[in-house]
Write a protein that binds this ligand. Structure first.
Ligand code: ADP
Ligand code: MG
Ligand code: MG
Length: 251
């Protein structure tokens, strides 16, 4: 579903190369974890997948279902079923969360040539999804992410993901700022999205999240490259031994 080939990318503003020859393949049905020390380029990779203009791809390619997405803008990527939950979710003042969700769902339907959702149907879908994530209905009336706690922001991201049912989900440090109860709720939400025709990429610093979302593959990112890939046991090794051994072996 996703094939990243020898990707090189730099910060558009100053030309600093952050992604330096990254290779990664994620199949439909797979949950892939990307781990790596702070500053290794994990969030940058998620921004590049989203199509943010702050980064320039200078070499390599990103294939999604066999086609390059490099020329697509962020909304075209979203319409094709790519969803990114960022480490720092964007605040949207003045737009109630409910309204935001309605627009997002209808945009997606429009892109697929489907009719707009009828309001009662929309409300039913949102209420059910919110309840499953233990989101207080009052939160849906507030502007998206404005004044939300860390945990509320993460739940709001998973709520969007549930409603938009993307094919490729990328979650950047969804565990940061979550207490153990919220972590379980969010993980259950992600696990419910597992399906044979969907791929999930979980970016995380710690192994803890991977106790709840058990990955099929684990990839270690360091200095803009995948330096080691393995199965779920690789995450346990990292927890026990840290990144140093793997980094030295790669060097
Ligand atoms: P991670 O998510 O793995 O912690 P990031 O992708 O956030 O790492 O950052 C990788 C490196 O790139 C860091 O050194 C960071 O400071 C730098 N970086 C990323 N984006 C920018 C930017 N827009 N401007 C300046 N530096 C950036
Ligand atoms: Mg970081
Ligand atoms: Mg990051």
């Amino acid at each position: 579903m996703l094939e990243i080939k020898n990707l090189h990318a730099r910060i558009a503003e100053d030309g600093t190369e952050i992604i330096r020859g990254l290779n990664l393949t994620v199949k439909a049905g797979e949950v892939a974890a990307i781990m790596g020390p702070n500053g290794s380029g994990k969030s940058t990779l998620s921004y590049i997948l989203a199509g943010r203009k702050d980064y320039e791809v200078t070499e390599g390619d990103i294939l999604y279902n066999g086609e390059s997405i490099l020329e697509l803008d962020p909304s075209e990527r979203a319409a094709k079923g790519i969803f990114l939950a960022f480490q720092y979710p964007v605040e949207i003042p003045g737009v109630a969360t409910m309204q935001f969700l309605k627009v997002a769902m209808n945009e997606q339907r429009k892109a697929r040539g489907e009719d707009e959702l009828k309001t009662p149907d929309f409300i039913k879908l949102v209420k059910e999804a919110a309840a499953s994530l233990q989101i207080n209905p009052d939160m849906l009336k507030r502007p998206l992410n404005v004044g939300f706690s860390g945990g509320e922001k993460k739940r709001a991201e998973i709520l969007q993901m549930k409603l938009l049912a993307p094919q490729l989900c990328v979650l950047d440090e969804t565990d940061s700022g979550l207490d153990i109860d919220a972590l379980k709720i969010v993980s259950d939400g992600v696990n419910a999205l597992r399906s044979p025709d969907r791929a999930v990429i979980v970016i995380t610093h710690y192994q803890r999240l991977l106790e709840y979302i058990v990955p099929d593959s684990v990839h270690v990112l360091y200095q803009g490259q995948v330096i080691k890939s393995g199965g779920k046991d690789l995450a346990h090794d990292l927890e026990a031994n840290g990144y140093t051994g793997i980094i030295e072996a790669a060097a």
